[in-house]
Design a protein around this ligand. Structure first.
Ligand code: UDX
Length: 438
């Protein structure tokens, strides 16, 4: 059986490594961050992702999963190397920062003396795979025998393990039958279970990922644009989405209007996509993504505006209980989090903001140390003039509005995720407001 390595131990890398071990492979994971490797080796996962920690612990025990900080050990150990490092947005630029991807390939190449396959999984600008394949050919001692494939990853945070073990599809960009055969071998269990396996060239594989995220972002911004119209017309965007969703060509998923999308993927991926299209002379094709981005950002501004209105026209000195800091539920990720962005703006405008999130407190405090962080939803809402629901954790959806009503100064709630039961909150004496609904 082939031995696999995984370079980069973020959300994607740890999940991929543990899931490949679950599929029966021996896996060696690598990161340049020694502290992360120590944490993982101790059976802990340095971020919150449901089901992941037990899987890591299981395969540390089974002996199929190990971690290292050494490129030499990686090259020695495996013959299929997955690169799973991040491609964040460049500072001061819309484009993707490829520093980590380039560093991994440069670190690995001089050690590749035997035939092997390097498999890129990171989200990259189209054209990157071609460039990296050429780099490997020139810098790996194995030369042409150090091959490259591109295998984009579509996992969602919060569902990373299930998305990896039961993906909607597998896409592999390859240049040779050998590379395709190796990847069929790696994914044989998933292919046998019926997962569509799509073989393309490099640029198509890279573009599938960019296009998928562009489509998802567009779908969310479409319904949020409808929310703006609903607000102007006195209509209800959730009822509209339910009705639209019955058309199978449209579908109800990803039509939840509210505070919009954030996180480590969609925002930076659509921006990098626009930037890359510009470099290729195809910027016109993606100008609509600017609008998608702008609609999304307006949702945050609109939420702040509604909060100010709910506080009687000024945020100065008003107590605001904020429920949620993560960019979505079941995650502790606060990268480009709409919730945290709104909480920060409210505070900058003079609000006395107290934030609670079930999992993201530590990350939120690191990114936004000046906000006040409370130990529970009840504590965050103590004496609040306004309660803001910004991340739809099940814990918040289940809150008893009557009980919460006992601790606030004013029973006013702004549900920026359209996820609370409006009737129940109103019955408990709350003024309930949301985005895109009367
Ligand atoms: C996304 C893609 O879904 C995934 O396929 C890709 O691999 C990485 O990017 P993720 O960032 O984990 O995954 O989150 P996702 O579940 O897509 O949500 C993204 C954002 O959109 C969140 O902020 C979420 O709150 C928001 N969202 C989602 C909405 O506002 N409305 C919706 O209907 C759905």
């Amino acid at each position: 059986m082939r031995r696999l390595t995984v370079l980069g131990t973020g959300y994607l890398g740890v999940t991929h490594a543990a899931c490949m071990a679950e599929l029966g492979f021996e896996v060696l994971g690598m990161d340049v961050d020694a502290a992360k490797i120590a944490t993982l080796t101790a059976g802990q996962v340095p971020f919150y992702e449901p089901d992941l920690q037990p899987l890591v612990a299981k395969h540390l025990d089974s002996g199929r999963l190990r971690f290292t900080t050494s490129y030499a050990e990686i090259a020695e150990f495996g013959d299929v190397h997955f690169t799973c490092v991040g491609t964040p947005q460049k500072r001061g630029d819309l484009a993707a920062d490829l520093t980590q991807v380039d560093a991994v390939v440069a670190g690995l190449a001089p050690h590749l003396t035997q035939p092997c396959l390097v498999v890129g999984k990171s989200t990259v600008p189209v054209g990157t795979a071609e460039r990296l394949a050429e780099y490997l050919r020139q810098h790996a001692p194995a030369g042409e025998a150090a091959e490259l494939a591109w295998n984009p990853e579509f996992l969602r945070e919060g569902f990373a393990v299930v998305d990896t073990l039961k993906p909607d599809r597998l896409v592999v960009g390859v240049r040779t039958a050998n590379a395709e055969a190796i990847l069929r071998e790696v994914y044989v269990e998933l292919i046998d279970a019926g997962t569509p396996f799509l073989v393309t060239d490099y640029p198509t594989a890279e573009l599938v990922k960019a296009a998928a995220n562009a489509f998802l972002a567009t779908k969310i911004s479409f319904i949020n644009a409808m929310a703006e119209v609903c607000e102007a017309a006195g209509a209800d965007v959730t009822a509209l989405a339910d009705a639209l969703g019955h058309d199978p060509r449209i579908g109800r998923r990803f039509l939840n209007a509210g505070l919009g999308f954030g996180g480590g993927c969609l925002p930076k991926d659509i921006r990098a996509f626009m930037a890359r299209a510009g470099e290729l002379g195809a910027s016109e094709a993606l100008t609509f993504l600017r609008e998608v981005d702008a609609i999304n950002m307006r949702r945050r501004a609109r939420t702040v505006e509604l909060a100010r209105a709910a506080c009687g026209g000024t945020l100065l000195g008003r107590r605001i209980g904020v429920l949620g800091a993560a960019f979505k539920p079941n995650s502790d990720d606060v990268r480009d989090s709409p919730a945290l962005s709104v909480a920060g703006q409210l505070q900058l405008q003079g609000g006395l903001v107290s934030v609670y999130d079930p999992k993201a407190m530590e990350n939120a405090a690191a990114l936004f140390p000046t906000l006040n962080y409370a130990g529970s939803a009840t504590e965050a809402c103590g004496r609040a003039d306004l309660v803001l629901h910004l991340t739809e954790w099940p814990e918040f959806v289940a809150i008893d509005p009557a009980a919460l009503g006992e601790v606030v100064a004013n029973r006013v709630v702004l549900d920026a995720r359209n996820a609370l039961d409006a009737a129940r909150w109103r019955e408990a004496g709350w003024t309930y407001r949301s985005l895109g609904r009367p």
